[in-house]
Write a protein of this length. Structure first.
Length: 92
């Protein structure tokens, strides 16, 4: 593989104009270990869930799909009833 070289600019002399070290940021503490923490100690949950089995994942997906279809059917029924009411009663 080809090594990626950093671009050299004519006006860059390597000086730091503004130090971006801010108290409280993780890169500021020199003693901080930047090694990746195990997932059990992580402060944020995993985006992949808690390790569901295939059956549990299918049931979870099916339940979410049924809930979405129920809401969509309620909206569709409401619109149908509104159109029927307007055409048969109000605009007669």
């Amino acid at each position: 593989m080809r090594k990626i070289q950093k671009k050299q600019f004519d006006d860059d002399d390597g000086r730091t104009i503004v130090s971006m070290d801010v108290d409280g940021m993780p890169w500021y503490d020199r003693r901080h270990d930047f090694a990746r923490m195990p997932e059990s100690e992580s402060s944020q949950p995993s985006p992949h869930g808690i390790g569901l089995t295939d059956r549990e994942l299918r049931l979870y997906t099916w339940g979410a799909l049924k809930a979405g279809l129920l809401i969509a059917s309620v909206f569709a029924l409401t619109w149908i009833l509104l159109v029927l009411f307007l055409t048969k009663v109000l605009f007669r």
